[in-house]
Design a protein around this ligand. Structure first.
Ligand code: SF4
Length: 278
């Protein structure tokens, strides 16, 4: 049985090396916690806050603060606290009034020899008992807000429809899905997508989900392209692609996340493993 997480699809599609560094070797740069950008920290803190505080603003804020204290203590400034509050003020809490809300729950569905796993940000029941699944994005500027909106409206971003397929196949019911993009800079900035039903496109999206799941890890051919510019692993590959000792670079400047030790392998043809989705 092969197990694949939905969050692996994009990295695999961009570059097998990136997928290997991130999902097989589980590498984290030794400097990464001090280098993380403010939007990254806020995004992670808000996800953690929503996970811990469900749909309660004060509980979510408290949990988000605790996340930053634990993971980026030196970054918890008044400015960051203000941004956290802006994001939480911008959350469309009325839309989040789901019955039995579930956050970051690991779902697993088996398709033949393929197990697909996913952790949607939030799902729950609407008053008419339909399931709604929500994906959050936080963004610093209006420009990014609109580019994110374009991205989620295009067929390029299939992560949320994939979660809707998993939920639909898990609960054997039709599922609505909805993106929400929340601004971090100004109060009142949020884009709330109209919920869409997965039913009419269920077969097509399920087929894509299975195709993508089966393709992950199937070739070791590296690809080098524009993704390298934005890739967190480019320092490793600057050494690898110029014939240097890139394992030494890894040993020196990177570590394997302690909670992912069991997933570590040492080449590009690893066995799949891991219990967590992210
Ligand atoms: S730097 Fe480029 S080749 Fe290397 S892992 Fe990243 S995307 Fe792949």
């Amino acid at each position: 049985m092969k197990t694949v997480r939905i969050t692996e699809f994009e990295d695999w599609g961009e570059c097998p090396w990136k997928w290997d560094y991130k999902w097989q070797r589980r590498l984290t740069n030794n400097e990464s916690s001090s280098q993380a950008s403010i939007p990254q920290i806020i995004g992670s803190a808000i996800h953690f806050g929503m996970e811990s505080g469900l749909t309660d603003r004060e509980a979510a804020l408290e949990a988000a603060r605790l996340y930053i204290q634990a993971n980026h203590p030196q970054r918890l400034t008044d400015q960051l606290e203000t941004k956290l509050s802006v994001v939480l003020d911008n959350m469309p809490w009325d839309v989040l009034g789901l019955l039995y809300p579930v956050t970051e729950q690991l779902l697993s569905v088996t398709y033949g020899d393929l197990e697909v796993r996913g952790k949607p940000d939030l799902y729950g029941l609407l008053p008419d008992s339909q399931i709604l699944v929500i994906d959050f994005k936080t963004t610093a500027s209006k420009g990014y807000q609109w580019s994110n909106k374009l991205q989620v409206e295009s067929t390029f971003n299939l992560q949320l429809p994939f979660y809707a397929v998993l939920l639909s196949d898990y609960y054997h019911t039709d599922v609505l899905y909805q993106h929400i993009i929340v601004g971090t800079e100004k109060r009142g900035q949020a884009w709330v997508e109209e919920p869409k039903l997965i039913g009419p496109i269920l077969e097509q999206i399920r087929k894509l989900l299975i195709e993508k799941g089966e393709s992950v890890g199937n070739t070791t051919a590296p690809s080098e392209g524009w993704h390298c510019l934005y890739c967190p692993y480019h320092t490793i590959d600057e050494v690898r692609l110029t014939g240097g000792d890139w394992e030494y670079e890894i040993e020196t400047n990177w570590h394997r996340r302690v909670d992912r030790q069991t997933n570590v392998v040492i080449d590009l043809e690893p066995e799949k493993g891991g219990e967590d989705e992210s």
